[in-house]
Design a protein around this ligand. Structure first.
Ligand code: NAP
Length: 646
């Protein structure tokens, strides 16, 4: 979208809608601000739009009980019904960018920055993007130009789709025997997504069929593998294969990549470019607790769960209290005899009622059939779970309650969380004491909760939250420093992932044999824009250093932005008839300087906040300290002056 010219919102839904009963029922349940956007997309009646503005506040739940008066709501539903069932469908006119921005602002009850309207236009699926291959005047990739993608998870699948659409030959190297990465590997009870899938999904494959606002793991797996099938990805995948090394051959301007197959045999394949999409939350972090290996019963990391292990009637220990534990514990608490949860440090718990809400048939009808509804709904979800949360993590200058919070919005989030926690644990002051953190909220990954979830589980009579320090593990027990001994039958390790070293076991040797693993050391990874590093031509990172969206949902948006950047950089190479692209050292240093400067203002830098985002020296090398929308803008097109092409 050009920020100054009218935008045509596209839709894959047909009009008129002939299932009048279905539509009538859908309109009753449909999200009202979203319906208003659908109506305004067609009619562009600004006065009518504005008449709703006083009633649309910035409060989000998927099916927002809005404060719109009944007669206005009925009037809107009637107008939308008439519009969508009219035998002569309305013609759609392009929308002026200012009206589009205004619609967005009214929809969410907050001012939407004009600078991010093009981002939203792209990422909410409003625009059906022309495959690169079909772009007029674009130079096609030379025959034999091959891209190797390491990893077939959410990022690798998207990379394959976009590479194919651009006419690049590609191969995905996948260590498992199936695609979908995290969503294939994680099968622990309760596994799901605590960010909403109407946003956590590809912008080019919106799914109206989600059964739940926060679907379980299997449904996400089915979505990702379904998309992969649709685009013919599996034919390009070498399964059960790992990458051990990659060497840049300057003479050939190619990467020589060593692959190890399931039989252990190694072979070397050549590629013009490599995209590292091996996943940052992939290598299990196993706790270094003395005696863990001597435990005789089953012990399983959440990401390597063995569903054949019987938990019914067993005494189960869960070590860790992060997002995985908070999904696992509620799912098993009623089955097990005793559940002891071992907490090392406190995580903020934030209420999200939608965690428990199914998407009903009427809403699915709306998402499936009403033109522009699923796109406008995605926008709404993005706003309230994405960049709308940025104020939570970015400090207000001169904020004077810096012990508890870093900004007005951060304080409001803290109050909201506290209200929920205090209500839930009102009758258990000792538990309240164990739960409420002393650092500002969002200082590390929050736990999202709703009725029947994490906090309710901690209240169950067969559940104990142990906050002491584990001393060691014996063959049938976990023993605390104070001597308390918990006899257990099964140990669940919800202990998260090793993000460092960022390359995992892969060795990468760039120009002149430059060793990326050595340069990055244990946990000193740095990059340019999270996507490249000088001396490593045509080697692209995804979710690289300081590009993880830790303020909110949006990993989907970051990976799409990064894949777009990779394609733009490759197209630039092709257009200029060059063979190798890498960032200049100056651009790399400038980016890192900007990151460091902004990071000082972020909640993750608060002296009391400790998280896996920080390296051993306390530097945050994981999080992106900028809004998703800004990051998206910066990765739209490579800045030629910041790149060296040879
Ligand atoms: P995590 O957030 O890193 O939590 C690991 C937990 O284990 C923490 O409570 C940690 O304590 C504890 N722990 C680690 N080592 C320990 C040890 N040696 N002894 C005692 N406790 C130990 O891991 P996670 O819950 O698997 O989540 C990882 C990430 O995956 C999340 O941040 C999130 O991004 C993603 N995730 C997402 C979802 C979703 O629904 N979208 C669900 C699950 C996971 P400390 O806090 O003291 O380190």
């Amino acid at each position: 979208m050009n920020a100054n010219s009218p935008a045509k919102l596209t839709s894959d839904c047909a009009l008129p809608i002939t299932d009048r009963d279905g539509l009538r029922a859908a309109l009753v349940d449909a999200n009202l601000p979203t319906l208003l956007m659908v109506y305004t997309t067609y009619v562009q009646d600004k006065d009518y739009l504005d008449s709703f503005a006083p009633y649309l506040t910035g409060i989000y739940t998927a099916e927002a009980p809005s404060s719109v008066p009944d007669d206005m709501a009925q009037d809107l539903r009637g107008r939308v019904f008439a519009l969508l069932t009219d035998p002569t469908p309305p013609t759609e006119r392009p929308i002026d960018p200012e009206l589009l921005r205004h619609m967005m602002s009214v929809s969410v009850g907050e001012n939407v920055d004009p600078a991010i309207v093009p981002v939203l236009y792209d990422q909410m699926g409003f625009e059906r993007v022309l495959p690169r291959k079909e772009r007029p005047g674009r130079a096609s990739p030379p025959a034999g130009f091959r891209v190797l993608v390491i990893g077939g998870g959410m990022t690798g699948i998207a990379a394959g789709i976009k590479l194919a659409e651009a006419g690049y030959d590609y191969t995905i190297i996948e260590k498992n025997d199936a695609l979908a990465g995290t969503w294939y590997e994680n099968t622990y009870p309760g596994v799901g997504v605590d960010t909403p899938s109407h946003f956590y999904s590809y912008s080019f494959e919106l799914n109206p069929e989600w059964s739940h606002y926060h679907p379980k793991g299997k449904e996400i797996y089915n979505y990702l593998t379904g998309v992969a099938e649709k685009y013919g990805i599996p034919a390009h995948v070498q399964f059960r294969t790992t990458v051990t090394e990659a060497h840049w051959d300057g003479g050939k301007a190619k990467w020589l990549v060593t692959l190890r197959g399931a039989d252990g045999a190694e072979r070397v394949e050549e590629a013009n470019a490599v995209i590292l999409a091996h996943g940052v939350l992939n290598r299990w972090s196993m706790p270094d607790i003395p005696g863990l290996d001597s435990f005789k019963g089953p012990k399983m990391h959440t990401a390597g769960w063995d569903n054949s292990v019987e938990l019914k009637g067993k005494r189960v220990a869960v070590i860790g209290t992060g997002a995985s534990a908070a999904q696992l514990a509620p799912a098993i608490a009623d089955d097990v005899a005793e559940l002891t949860i071992f907490q090392r440090s406190k995580h903020w718990v934030l209420n999200n009622p939608d965690i428990n809400v199914n998407v009903n048939d009427n809403i699915r009808f709306a998402l499936r059939n009403i033109p522009h509804y699923k796109e406008w709904f995605r926008f709404r979800v993005y706003w309230f779970t994405g960049d709308g949360l940025y104020g939570n993590v970015c400090g207000d200058e001169g904020w004077d309650d810096s012990d508890n919070s870093i900004s007005a919005q951060n304080q409001a989030a803290r109050d909201y969380a506290l209200y929920y926690i205090q209500n839930k644990l009102a009758d258990r002051p000792e538990l309240l004491e164990k739960i409420v953190p002393d650092y500002p909220i969002f200082g590390k990954r929050i736990v999202l909760d709703a009725d029947g979830g994490w906090l309710d589980t901690l209240l169950k009579p067969n559940v104990t939250l142990e906050t002491g320090t584990i001393d060691h593990i014996e063959e049938d027990a976990i023993v605390m420093k104070d001597g308390t001994r918990y006899e257990v039958d099964v140990i669940a390790l919800a202990t998260g992932f090793d993000l460092a070293p960022a390359l995992g076991p892969i060795k990468v040797y760039g120009r002149g044999g430059a060793d990326l693993a050595a340069a990055w050391g244990k946990d000193e990874a740095r990059s340019y824009l999270g996507v490249m590093a000088p001396e490593y031509p045509n080697f692209f990172l995804t979710l690289g250093p300081n590009s993880a969206p830790n303020h909110a949902a949006g990993v989907n948006m970051v990976i799409e932005a990064q894949i777009n950047y990779v394609l733009e950089a490759l197209d630039m190479l092709v257009a200029e008839g060059k063979h190798a692209v890498e960032p200049t050292v100056a651009a790399y240093e400038d980016w890192n300087h900007r990151v460091e400067e902004q990071m000082q203002k972020m909640v993750w830098a608060h002296p009391k906040a400790r998280s896996y985002y920080l390296n051993s020296k306390g530097r945050n090398y994981v999080s992106c300290p900028f809004r998703l929308a800004d990051y998206w803008s910066w990765t739209r097109e490579p800045n030629r002056a910041e790149l060296t092409l040879s």
